[in-house]
Design a protein around this ligand. Structure first.
Ligand SMILES: Nc1ncnc2c1ncn2[C@@H]1O[C@H](COP(=O)(O)OP(=O)(O)OP(=O)(O)O)[C@@H](O)[C@H]1O
Length: 304
């Protein structure tokens, strides 16, 4: 059953009165894939994740997880799904180990091996006997992830998993999720931090005001970056006039900057340099640049 999608959602919609929190969202996540839902605050990430997990009833649409339709009474699939949504809850007076033993028992696991396994995996060894209420936000997040993983799920759904983690913690989680994905686990996570997502996810879905406005391989997001020729000149007005007269559409940036996006300019920057020198406006800088991922993302959500 290798072609069964870990997540298969079609036409998912959630309305709260006048507000359309999620609008006809369709999404598939395959085993071994790390798929990120990326969106600004209020884009609909949490609502989507809660619908996928059966915690919020969709106004319309359907969800299947690991080949099983999510609906009331369909219990079996949850034994193969791990999740972490919002701030992880733990029993504050119990230690890390005790919390995990409880989580394992609730999952119906009788042996203790998974507890020590996730303590090692999440690097919680030094805190194993600390009460949960004394943990830092980052370590509480680690404990939440350990609980999500204790039953070795085939699908892991994480809402903002890097919340509260320092850069080293983010790197550890990235390595952990990479390892799980290589073992065939499907991961869906949400984030509003593009740089974090770009290094973690194999695929990205960009959510904007409830709609999935772009989806594709992470590497393809950068293909959305338009190349442009940026020019710095002392006499910008004269340079702009010369470029305009030669048929190049020009826009102004910063104090002395000009930008050209037409193919001719981007493809032959040396001709622009010659033209500017001839017009008596030698450029102090001239370079072909591409937007970074952040700019691509913001353009996707602002133009949708
Ligand atoms: N229970 C609710 N009742 C009314 N409106 C809601 C409810 N839950 C979410 N919304 C609205 O739905 C929209 C999407 O919210 P959601 O929490 O899913 O976004 P998000 O992308 O997770 O945002 P954030 O990154 O801030 O957590 C928002 O406009 C929000 O105000």
């Amino acid at each position: 059953m290798t072609d069964t999608q870990a997540i298969d959602a079609t036409g998912l919609t959630k309305r709260y009165g006048e507000v359309v929190a999620v609008d006809r969202l369709s999404l598939t996540v395959a085993p071994g894939e790390i798929h990120a839902l990326l969106g600004l605050n209020g884009a609909g990430k949490t609502t989507t994740i809660r619908m996928l997990l059966g915690m919020v009833r969709p106004t319309a649409g359907r969800v299947s997880l690991l080949g099983t339709r999510v609906r009331p009474g369909a219990h079996a699939v949850w034994s193969r799904v791990g999740y972490l949504v919002e701030t992880p809850a733990a029993y504050p007076e119990l230690t890390v180990t005790e919390n995990l033993v409880v989580a394992a028992r609730l999952r119906g696991l009788s042996e203790d091996a998974p507890v020590s396994e996730v303590i090692t995996r999440l690097d919680l060894g030094a805190y194993a006997h600390h009460r949960a209420r004394t943990l830092s936000l980052g370590n509480a997040q680690r404990l939440g992830l350990a609980k999500a993983l204790i039953h070795r799920p085939a699908l892991l759904v994480l809402d903002e998993p890097a919340n509260g983690l320092d850069p080293a913690g983010v790197a550890e989680i990235r390595a952990l999720l990479g390892e799980l994905a290589r073992d065939g686990v499907a991961v869906l996570l949400s984030s509003h931090i593009l740089t974090e997502v770009a290094r973690l996810a194999t695929r990205i879905g960009v959510l904007d005001r409830g709609r999935l406005v772009w989806t594709g391989a992470t590497a393809d997001l950068i293909a959305h970056a338009r190349p442009r020729l940026t020019v710095l000149v002392r006499d910008r007005d004269a340079a702009a006039a010369a470029l305009h007269a030669a048929g190049h559409p020009v826009s102004r940036t910063g104090d002395n900057g000009l930008e050209l996006e037409d193919e001719r300019a981007v493809g032959r920057p040396e001709e622009i340099a010659t033209l500017l020198v001839t017009a008596g406006c030698p450029p102090s800088r001239l370079a072909v640049e591409r937007d970074d991922l952040e700019t691509c993302f913001l353009r996707l959500v602002s133009t949708s």
